[in-house]
Ligand binder design. Structure first.
Ligand code: SF4
Length: 675
């Protein structure tokens, strides 16, 4: 056994140690931790290429508990002066009680040591309430408590850990630190609780409140994303212009839209008929207005027959104004509102309308539509008869009756499950349910119940939305929304649960089961995919949006969902006058088009998804520059593990998906806002 006193150390310091190198000792049983620490520190070199650190490592067993420290390492380093280092990394993530004592013993004999304690976020409270903690604080020259996570498993994660810790703890000029350490003047008098305390607190609270396996696993996954640091990083690079008050991305921001006339849009869209890859028809009728809906809807269906006639007139007017003859989009969607409020006769009329303007759509396009749970078999048959190949039911909440009532969804919980069975009979491979999270009063527990319920329904496709809160959303005042971390946890839980149950992710918020994917191919929701791959979208009806190269515009009703009845009247009057019902819009410059292209494309990301995210070649062909030239910060996001480039696509990683809203906002154009 070898022991050494402080005096021994001091006397040996000058002759044995280099004048400009810091001795670093890493004590851990985790080889990846030690290797990564060594590797990272070894790579830090001075301008003349020499190394800054003399690094050594020990396993915990090499320490003995009698207060005097070490036994000789079998691995051969005979220069034990290194065991009295300038900087000590001490890994106490396992057997924390023993290790606190070991560390206390070590520091009581070697006081002049800058100490970095690596701790598991779960054990934070245990450490700072431990008797030995006071000794550690007293005896370390400088002390930093640096949290890491038990879920860290890859060496690369450890490399990042060391990089972050060093950057956070040590001042920028390493040589000056060396001087300070050598002269004993580097002294952090108070321990700095630097990392992850916000997430650690959140994680602890969630584990205590909702101790399920799924919650624990999702928290562990999130922990590996270094949430506090990632959040800080993404916030830091956020363009000022990204409407911070609105949690979800929305590009271009709504405040950019200004009144626009048909005289402005016709010259832009008239030769674009071939580029229209998706078309949307808005059916604004709902049985009642749900709380938090931000769509343009009117209660009841009495105006539906007249509205269908207006839709026909709108299409006639746009075809006449542009000279278009027919359109053949890949994907069409009938949304709302609630398309299933239309009677069987009106659905047939809608089919005739589509046939007149989109001939052969039943052959060339995939048609999807939305229903509410309050639907009947005859209406579903009617949609089947007009060629619908995908049906989606907005369940939003499956099991929690109280939450449904609070949302003002006017049907009992069982009704939704019945509607699903009716859909599955007709669209066994392409029935989707919509689920909503991030709702006030929704808990992590009730979300988990709904995730289980969704899987029990046996649907081939599930879409999970976070509640969009925008200036247009109804009833947002005085509501307590789930926190950023809660929403992120809900998202990660959904992805985890669905992937674990055999679903595959086909976009940021949709999963489809493998069997259905085999049957219908990789684009089960063709309308959405065509739109997000940069094709043009034609929107028809109240409040619908259209997107063309260099232009985005909304019909009447888009900006005033709270006044839909009045807007419905305005829409109808304008149509009667033979005009296009366009209302607000924005001419997009090249840079804004690139942002839109990126943001839309990134939404086609998913874990292990083929064609993940934005098609980089398509971007280059369209804009004449690479994504990295247009958005140099994409490189940093890639380095941070938020984006990944694979097979010609740049998409969100698991971490990027967790932080999706902030990542997408990072692709807003900067500095355009003049307001
Ligand atoms: S959430 Fe759906 S069903 Fe409810 S009001 Fe909005 S569009 Fe209608």
């Amino acid at each position: 056994m070898i022991s050494k006193t402080m005096d021994d150390e001091k006397s040996s310091e000058n002759p044995e140690k280099g004048q400009s190198k810091l001795e670093v000792l890493i004590i851990s049983d985790n080889k990846k931790y030690s290797d990564a620490g060594k590797e990272y520190l070894t790579n830090l070199i001075t301008a003349d290429g020499s190394s800054l650190f003399e690094i050594s490592n020990l396993a915990i067993d090499d320490l003995i508990t009698n207060g005097d420290l070490l036994k000789e390492r079998s691995s051969g380093n005979k220069d034990i002066s290194v065991y009295w280092p300038d900087i000590l990394f001490f890994d106490i993530r396992e057997n924390i009680d023993d290790r606190i004592k070991l560390l206390g013993g070590y520091l009581s004999s070697h006081k002049n040591c800058f100490t970095i304690v690596s701790i598991d976020e779960r054990n934070f409270d245990f450490l700072i309430n431990h008797d030995g903690w006071k000794d550690i604080q007293r005896n370390a020259n400088g002390l930093s408590l640096s949290q890491t996570y038990r879920m860290i498993s890859k060496k690369n994660d450890y490399n990042k850990y060391f990089e972050r810790v060093l950057k956070e703890i040590l001042p920028e000029n390493t040589l000056s630190i060396i001087k300070q350490v050598k002269s004993g003047t580097l002294n952090v008098t108070k321990p700095r609780y630097i990392d992850f305390t916000k997430y650690a607190t959140f994680s602890k609270e969630m584990r205590e409140k909702f101790g399920s396996e799924l919650v624990a696993k999702s928290l562990d996954i999130l922990a590996t994303f270094n949430p506090d640091e990632t959040y800080k990083m993404l916030k830091k690079t956020l363009p000022k212009y990204s409407e911070d008050s609105i949690p979800q991305h929305c590009y271009p921001p709504f405040k950019d839209f200004i009144p626009i006339s048909s005289a402005e849009i016709i010259p832009i869209i008239k030769d674009q008929d071939k580029g229209i890859t998706s078309a949307y028809v808005h059916i604004p009728f709902c049985i009642s207005e749900c709380k938090f809906c931000d769509y343009s809807v009117v209660e009841g269906v009495k105006e539906a027959p007249a509205y269908l006639k207006d839709l026909r007139k709108e299409l006639e007017t746009i075809f006449n104004s542009t000279g278009w003859r027919t359109l053949s989009p890949q994907g069409m969607h009938i949304g709302g509102g609630t398309p299933s409020t239309l009677s069987v006769e009106l659905v047939k009329e809608l089919g005739d309308l589509l046939t007149d303007f989109f001939p052969n759509y039943q052959k060339n396009s995939r048609l999807s539509f939305e229903i509410s749970p309050a639907v009947n078999e005859a209406k579903l048959d009617a949609y089947k008869n007009i060629g619908a190949s995908r049906a989606s039911v907005g369940l939003q909440v499956i099991r929690n009756e109280g939450l449904l009532k609070w949302l003002k969804r006017v049907y009992a919980t069982g009704k939704g499950e019945k509607a699903v069975q009716m859909l599955l009979k007709r669209w066994p491979d392409n029935t989707n349910i919509d689920m909503l999270y991030g709702i006030p009063q929704q808990t992590i527990g009730s979300w988990e119940e709904d995730l289980t319920a969704a899987i029990e329904l046996g649907v081939p496709s599930i879409t999970f939305y976070d509640l969009r809160v925008s200036p247009r959303t109804r009833f947002v005042e005085n509501q307590q929304f789930p926190s950023f971390y809660e929403i992120m946890l809900m998202r990660v839980m959904a992805i985890e649960k669905f992937l674990e149950s055999g679903y595959k992710q086909v976009s940021d918020n949709q999963v489809v089961d493998s069997r259905a994917l085999k049957e219908i191919g990789n684009q089960p929701y063709t309308y959405r995919d065509a739109k997000k791959r940069g094709g043009s979208t034609l929107g028809i009806g109240l409040s619908s949006y259209s997107i063309f190269p260099g232009l985005i515009y909304s019909n009447i009703g888009g900006k005033d969902p709270h006044e839909s009845s009045k807007m419905m009247e305005n829409y109808s009057n304008v149509i009667e006058e033979g005009k296009l019902p366009v209302d607000i819009g924005k001419i997009l410059n090249e840079a804004e088009q690139m942002s839109l292209f990126m943001i839309q494309g990134l939404k086609l990301s998913g874990i292990n998804k083929p064609a993940n995210g934005v098609d980089t070649n398509q971007f280059k062909t369209r804009f004449g520059q690479t994504i990295y030239q247009a958005f140099p910060h994409a490189i940093a996001l890639q380095d941070a593990g938020i984006l990944e480039k694979k097979d010609g696509y740049l998409g969100l990683t698991h971490k990027g998906l967790a932080f999706e809203q902030l990542v997408l906002k990072n692709f807003y154009q900067r500095g355009i806002n003049t307001a």
